[in-house]
Design a protein around this ligand. Sequence first.
Ligand code: TXA
Ligand code: MG
Length: 324
Amino acid sequence: MVAIDFGLIHEAAQVLLSGGLVVFPTETVYGLGALAGDASAVARLYRVKGRPATNPLIVHVASIDAARKLAGEGWNPWAEALAQRFWPGPLTLVLPRSFGLADAVTAGGPTMAVRVPDHPVALALLQACGKPVVAPSANTSGRLSPTLAAHVEEDLGDSVDLILDGGPCRAGVESTVIDLTVNPPRVLRPGPIAPALLEAVLGGLATGPGNETIARSPGLETRHYAPLTPMMSFDDYREAVQHVAISRAKGHSVLLIVFEDRQADIVLSAIPSMAESALYAALHRADAGRPDLIVVVLPPDQPDWWAVRDRLKRASRGMDLLQA
Ligand code: TXA
Ligand code: MG
């Protein structure tokens, strides 16, 4: 249980309402909050993250009712069904854009992303604030997302107004993002809510057997969710081990990460939700030792593992070229 300091929540809400930036815990990762209707606060948020203006933000609200009000005409039966089933929780709905958002929130586009986070501190803050709050992950753009307040402190500590510490984030990877403006709905970012669960509610879903069939969210074309250390990912354990051996023979320090009970420097759970929850903290730890290279053996290419595979592949994107 997280003990909630309502005095501090009130203070944080005041900071948001007066145009400031507040970092708060959610069940997925820590978010960097700003009022969604405050153009200058949102502009500062983009600057602090070094985020490209082409990458839109997720609007966070305290309840399904607040989301309905925000979406207005754009709310639809899919949204209602998913919200009833998964909110508060790690699911973000893309809907037609509504009024009252700073232009930068949607990157000028015709759609907006919205979710109700499942964390007592986040919900208390949103309630106290009483207005929609944008919250990208509280990290420099392109870097690893934070699942501990200490991660945020190190990355953005000097440039935000307040950090609320809620301990480790339970889910550990960013919310599943689903686009409800297309028919059938389409998963834009795999996350803690697996495709099969969405499909059970919606009846149909535009995702195929592999990550490649999942359309990209805007602004995610480059290396993303990445440690500072170069990282390489392999599907095959033996191939990975061979690469590690060769690199070490050349005198490089290399960290090997795997997802099962095998010989490695960091062993993550073979259960997807547990691996998700530990993933970023493990990568932050690996990075902190400043090795020359991080090598990871990817978990199986199965729907339950899409979120983990997606983050690891993005983190290692471009490294194959560097190695060549
Ligand atoms: O779990 C989460 O979603 C966390 C916590 C803090 O709530 N937030 C988060 O925000 O991951 P961020 O900004 O790091 O990622 C937002 C994702 C990006 O991939 C962005 O492209 C996508 O949501 N997105 C936002 N608005 C969109 C829209 N209108 N259409 C499509 N994708 C959108
Ligand atoms: Mg992010």
